[in-house]
Write a protein of this length. Structure first.
Ligand code: PGA
Length: 250
């Protein structure tokens, strides 16, 4: 059985004051299903949200990015150790907004993945094709390239700790989700690439999440696909009722 995970990616939204009651409400429904709830919060929220989540075994607070270096002259950046120190348990890496707006390249993302694991953070590695690549029928080529570039020098032991999120760039924040069949095809392909890199047994236990315009209306259908183990939710995770609706789709 693969772990079911739902991630709220709040991006650059909310205040700590708004975020605290959100986590308090999530705690109310804790223990009601086997899905684990991950909140990818802005850096300054992590410590107060970790405190609010307390010992809840279903809620995990993490970050949306980090640098790969242990420390150094990188103005404006944050390290894995700094995230660990405030109680983060996971980190999103390689999100398309980091790749596109901040020019992050595969080798940087690959180094971050290994550093996160080394420091005990679960990396959620995001991959996905742009609209142009999709229209050019390059989805599989892009996925294969991004996964291989980010993971090829990971050991089997390191790979064991990774979560993958497939997020077609054309579906992020556009209201235009991939259909369940399209998403399943890409997930199945990602699992094949992972199997080629780390073996079938390892690929079969890795959680693969879908992201891109997930909402209450399409969550169940996406989750009914055999290779979709969870969801990475942006816009629809900002409102507690819509996010709980999505959690209840598991
Ligand atoms: P969206 O964002 O749900 O608003 O499309 C998803 C993401 O960027 O992770």
């Amino acid at each position: 059985m693969r772990q079911q995970i739902v991630v709220a990616n709040w991006k650059m939204h909310k205040t700590i004051k708004e975020a605290l009651p959100f986590v308090a409400e999530l705690k109310e429904r804790s223990g009601k299903s086997s899905v684990k709830i991950f909140i990818a919060a802005p850096f300054t929220f992590i410590s107060p949200l970790v405190e609010e989540a307390g010992s809840d075994a279903d809620i995990f607070i993490g970050a949306q990015n980090m640098h790969d270096a242990l420390e150094g002259p990188f103005t404006g950046e944050i390290s894995a150790a700094m995230l660990k120190e405030v109680g983060a348990s996971f980190v999103l890496l390689g999100h398309s907004e980091r790749r596109i707006f901040f020019g992050e390249k595969d080798d940087f993302i690959s180094r971050k993945v290994k550093r996160a694991i080394e420091l005990g953070l679960t990396p959620i590695l995001c991959v996905g094709e742009t609209e142009e690549e999709y229209l050019d029928n390059k989805t599989e080529e892009v996925l294969s390239h991004q996964l291989t570039a980010a993971l090829n020098d990971c050991s089997a032991n390191q790979f064991d700790k990774i979560v993958i999120a497939y997020e077609p760039v054309w579906a992020i924040g556009t209201g235009k989700s991939a259909s369940a069949a399209q998403a399943q095809r890409s997930h199945h392909f990602c699992r094949k690439v992972l199997a080629a890199l780390f073996g079938t047994a390892a690929a079969d236990t890795t959680p693969l999440l879908y992201g891109g315009s997930v909402k209450v209306e399409n969550a169940s259908l996406l989750l009914s696909q055999s290779d979709i183990d969870g969801l990475l939710v942006g816009g629809a995770s900002l409102d507690i009722h819509s996010f709980i609706g999505i959690i209840n789709s598991f």
